[in-house]
Design a protein around this ligand. Structure first.
Ligand code: GDP
Length: 289
């Protein structure tokens, strides 16, 4: 995959994240509800545990995720020590309005004018940290999109009198532990998108949807998915949309792009790429090989 994770970067990111964490009482960790484990960086959890910082884990973009899978993830995370998990859509003002109260509940020992609750938002790129921050502060303080890891001079941004946020979300690059994590991230966030990768990612996504959401493929493209594999799905999209090259064969590249767009825009429906059960199965496969 196109995401590279060099040891030097990792150490410097870890040091910055550790320094930032020293100065806060709790962490608001944002992940993508459609792929909560593939879109988290395990370093955040390690640092939280080492420094005993409680965490409000926001499964964001829940408007795009499968509600049944999301509920399973919420139960899974809420059983972890020091974690309170909630599913939100940070694009919805009423969802963001719940965050300050939830944060207070996570760290009840702070939150007065004398001892304001100090918080930082952390997560990998594109999970919605800037969207959350902007909505919390009700003004545009962070550019929505990719941005550098952590600013050198941290400012403090007050939310009312008794809560304070560090000025830049703490960003850690995804640590891709399994190839399927990279493919899930690429499907959801257009990471390092180019034609070759898009074709691989679209085929991976099609295989996954055949297993988990064949009815959504049927509803969108009118397929009878019996006996189909991922390649056949992408070819089927080309056939349905009339994507052909000059020689008459299917334009696989264009169909792959369209298929990914249909998933990313939500046109295919509400989809989760992993569940606690599928994650456990994945880990079991790696352990046994
Ligand atoms: P950051 O890199 O973590 O700061 O992520 P951004 O805030 O820049 O968001 C990345 C993309 O996700 C943007 O296109 C946002 O509009 C989109 N986004 C953020 N929150 C949500 C959400 O709750 N639902 C949906 N559908 N999209 C969201």
């Amino acid at each position: 995959m196109s995401i590279q994770w060099f040891p030097g970067h990792m150490n410097s990111a870890r040091r910055k994240a550790a320094e930032s964490m020293e100065k806060v009482d709790m962490v608001i960790e944002v992940v993508d509800a459609r792929l909560p484990q593939a879109s988290c960086n395990p370093m955040i959890e390690q640092l939280r545990n080492a420094r005993q910082r409680p965490c409000l884990k926001i499964l964001n973009k829940t408007d795009m995720a499968d509600p049944v899978a999301t509920q399973a993830w919420i139960d899974y995370y809420n059983s972890q020590k020091g974690v309170t998990a909630v599913a939100l859509s940070c694009k919805k003002p009423s969802d963001v309005a719940r965050v300050p109260k939830l944060a207070m509940q996570v760290a009840p020992h702070r939150g007065t004018a004398l001892k304001p609750l100090r918080m930082m938002i952390m997560g990998i790129p594109n999970v919605g940290k800037s969207t959350l921050m902007n909505a919390l502060l009700k003004k545009r303080v962070a550019a929505v999109g990719d941005e550098p890891a952590v600013t050198k001079t941290q400012q403090r941004l007050y939310l009312g009198n008794n809560m304070v946020l560090t000025d830049t979300p703490g960003m850690l690059w995804p640590k891709i532990e399994h190839p399927s994590d990279g493919l899930m991230l690429a499907a959801s966030h257009a990471v390092g998108s180019n034609a070759l990768i898009e074709e691989e990612v679209a085929t991976f996504l099609a295989d996954l949807l055949l297993q988990r959401y064949p009815q959504l493929l049927k509803a969108r493209y009118g397929f009878n998915t019996d006996g189909m594999d991922g390649v056949a799905v992408v070819e089927g999209v080309a056939a349905k949309r009339g994507f052909r090259l000059k020689g008459g064969e299917y334009d696989f590249e264009k169909a792959a792009h369209t298929f990914l767009q249909d998933y990313r825009s939500g046109a295919l429906g509400r989809i989760s790429l992993e569940t606690p059960q599928s994650r456990a199965e994945l880990l079991a496969t790696y352990r046994s090989t």
